[in-house]
Design a protein around this ligand. Structure first.
Ligand code: ATP
Ligand code: MG
Length: 498
C-alpha cells in the first residue's frame, strides 16, 4: 500500500466528506421524521371519524344489479388502471335504504388528469371543486378525487389559489386539496354520505357511523356543525333536503346552529341557488321543503320579496297559493308528469308582482296597465335575480304565464282561439285554475267561472266553441279600449281580477 502524503490526504478528505454526508442524511431523517410525526399527530387530532367499519357482501343489501352499468364500468376501469375507486354518497346510501339513487357518484385516488387519461369520454369541470365527468350519452358519472384537509396541505398548495381558498367567514371558495380516503370521508357532509362501496370486493367502508345513522334515521353532520356550515352554508339546505327526502330527522347538534347561521346563505352565488332550488322544489318534496326552509328562516334567501309578504301578512292568499302550487308540483312529479320550474317561479312571485304593480300605479297613475305590468316585471325580476339566477328560458315562460292571465280574461272575437294556440296556453291555464282555486269565493266567483269556461272551451267541438265565444259579454276594460291602443297591446298585462 502506498502511504504517500498525497494518498493519506486524499483518504482523510474522503473520510471527512463521507462523515459530512452521513450527518446531513441523519439530520434530514430526523427533521423529516419529526415532520411526519407532526402531520400524523395533527391529522389524528382533527379526525372526527375513526377507522372505517367494514361490511362484507353478506352483511349488506347493496347489489350491483341495482347500480348503473356505466358507474360500474367507471369503477372497473379505474381499478384496472391501478387506482382505488368507490361508489360513494347517495348511490350507496339510497341503495342501502332500498331507494333508487338519483345519480351515482364515484370517489378515487386518481387525479382529474389521471382520470382523463383513462376515459376518452371525460371532461374536467368546476373551479371551486374540480371534478371529472364521464359522459355516457345522457348519463353522467361524476368522479371526484379524494379531498384532503386544507390545514394539512403544503404551504405551496395553500398559497396556490387554484387549489385552496377560504373566505373570511370560513367559507371554502376552492376545495382542490387532494388527500387520502380517510380525509375524504371527513370532508363529506353527513355521516350517511360517507359510505364507500368497492366493486373489487363488494365491501362497504363506513367511516363515520353512517350505517347506524341510517338505521336511526338521523341526518348528522361530520365534524363540528358550525365549522362545517361556515365552510359551506349550502349544507344547511342539504340537511333539510335529506331529512325530507329520506323521511329522517336532523340530529340535535346538526340542527342547532341553522337558524343563527342562516344569514351565511347570502354569500351563496345566485347560480348555485338556482341548482339548489331545483333540488329542493323539483323533487316531489317541494311542499315539505318549503315548510322546513320557512321554519329555519332559509326561504328568504331564495325569494326575499315573497318571504317578506308571507311574514307581514300583507296578502290574504299568498301562503295558500304557494302551498297549493307546491302540492300540485309534487303530485305531478310523483305521477311522472312533466313540470317546469318556470311555473313555480311564476307562482312564487305572482303576488309580489301585484304588489309592485300597485305601488307603481299609486306613484304613477298615468301609466297604462301594460306599462305598469312591464315596469313591475322588470323591477321584480332584477330584484329576484340577485338571489336566484333564473335562466332566460325560464324567465320567458314566467312572463308568458303572467301575460296569459290577462289574455285568458279577454275572449271576444278571435281572441279565445289565439290564446288556445299560444305555446304556453297549458301553463297559463293551469295557473288560472290555481288562482281560481285559491281566490274564488261565493261572493267573487269570477275566476272560477272563467276557468270553467276555458276547461269547457278547449275540449268542445267547433260549433260549441263558436257559441261560447258569441255568448261572451265584452268585458268593460276591453270594450273601452280604442282600436289603436289595442293594437299596441301585443302582450297585454295580467288582468285586474286579482
Ligand atoms: P342526491 O344525489 O340524492 O341529491 P347525494 O348525497 O348523492 O344525494 P350529491 O349532491 O350527488 O348528493 O353529492 C354526492 C356526495 O358528495 C354526497 O353524498 C356527499 O358525500 C358529497 N357532497 C356533496 N355536496 C357536499 C357538500 N356541500 N359538502 C360536503 N360534501 C358534499
Ligand atoms: Mg348524488
Amino acid at each position: 500500500m502506498n502511504f504517500s502524503a498525497k494518498n493519506v490526504f486524499a483518504f482523510l478528505n474522503y473520510k471527512f466528506k463521507a462523515s459530512i454526508i452521513k450527518s446531513v442524511i441523519n439530520l434530514c431523517k430526523r427533521v423529516l421524521g419529526k415532520a411526519n410525526k407532526k402531520i400524523a399527530k395533527r391529522s389524528k387530532k382533527k379526525a372526527s371519524t375513526s377507522g372505517p367499519s367494514v361490511l362484507t357482501r353478506d352483511q349488506h343489501n347493496v347489489s350491483r344489479k341495482k347500480m348503473s352499468n356505466n358507474a360500474l364500468k367507471v369503477l372497473y376501469r379505474l381499478n384496472s388502471g391501478g387506482y382505488d375507486a368507490y361508489l360513494v354518497g347517495g348511490g350507496v346510501r339510497d341503495l342501502l335504504l332500498g331507494l333508487a339513487p338519483k345519480d351515482f357518484d364515484i370517489a378515487t385516488n386518481a387525479t382529474p388528469e389521471q382520470i382523463k387519461d383513462l376515459f376518452r369520454n371525460c371532461r374536467i369541470i368546476g373551479r371551486r371543486f374540480r371534478l371529472a365527468h364521464i359522459v355516457f350519452g345522457r348519463e353522467i358519472i361524476e368522479v371526484a378525487t379524494f379531498r384532503g384537509h386544507h390545514e394539512n396541505a403544503t404551504k405551496k398548495e395553500q398559497d396556490c389559489q387554484k387549489t385552496s381558498k377560504q373566505s373570511e367567514d370560513g367559507m371554502l371558495l376552492r376545495d382542490n386539496i387532494y388527500g387520502s380516503i380517510e380525509e375524504d370521508a371527513e370532508r363529506r357532509d353527513f355521516t350517511i354520505n360517507a359510505l364507500y362501496y368497492s366493486a373489487k370486493d363488494f365491501k362497504i367502508h363506513d367511516f363515520a357511523n353512517g350505517i347506524a345513522d341510517i338505521n336511526a334515521k338521523k341526518i348528522r353532520l361530520i365534524g363540528d356543525p358550525e365549522t362545517r356550515y361556515r365552510e359551506d352554508p349550502v349544507r344547511m339546505l342539504r340537511a333539510i333536503r335529506f331529512a325530507t327526502k329520506l323521511d329522517m330527522s336532523i340530529s340535535k347538534e346538526t340542527e342547532a346552529p341553522i337558524t343563527e347561521l342562516a344569514p351565511l346563505m347570502a354569500n351563496i352565488p345566485p347560480a348555485r341557488m338556482f341548482e339548489e332550488f331545483l333540488k329542493l322544489f323539483i323533487s316531489g318534496k317541494a311542499q315539505l321543503n318549503f315548510e322546513q326552509l320557512r321554519k329555519y328562516d332559509l326561504f328568504r334567501y331564495f325569494f326575499p320579496a315573497t318571504d317578506q309578504m308571507l311574514n307581514d301578512g300583507s296578502h290574504p292568499h299568498i301562503e295558500r297559493f304557494i302551498v297549493q302550487s307546491l302540492k300540485n308540483t309534487d303530485s305531478r312529479i310523483n305521477n311522472e308528469q312533466r313540470v317546469t320550474p318556470a311555473f313555480l317561479f311564476a307562482a312564487m312571485l305572482w303576488y309580489p308582482l301585484q304588489g309592485h304593480v300597485e305601488r307603481l300605479r299609486d306613484a304613477q297613475p298615468q301609466l297604462s296597465p301594460q306599462d305598469l305590468f312591464f315596469a313591475a316585471l322588470s323591477e321584480i325580476m332584477s330584484e329576484q335575480q340577485r338571489s336566484i339566477a333564473i335562466p332566460k328560458r325560464f324567465q320567458a315562460v314566467m312572463k308568458d304565464i303572467w301575460i296569459l292571465q290577462d289574455k285568458l280574461g279577454r275572449r271576444e272575437g278571435k281572441r279565445a282561439y289565439k290564446v288556445l294556440e299560444h305555446q304556453k296556453f297549458r301553463a297559463g291555464y293551469d295557473f288560472l285554475l290555481l288562482r281560481a282555486e285559491i281566490e274564488s269565493t261565493p261572493e267573487n266567483p269570477i275566476l272560477q267561472e272563467l276557468s270553467k269556461w276555458w276547461t269547457d272551451f278547449q275540449f268542445t267541438d267547433n260549433n260549441t266553441q263558436e257559441l261560447m265565444v258569441k255568448s261572451i259579454v265584452p268585458s268593460r276594460s276591453s270594450s273601452r279600449r280604442t282600436p289603436r291602443k289595442r293594437r299596441k297591446i301585443r302582450d297585454g298585462s295580467p288582468s285586474d281580477q286579482t
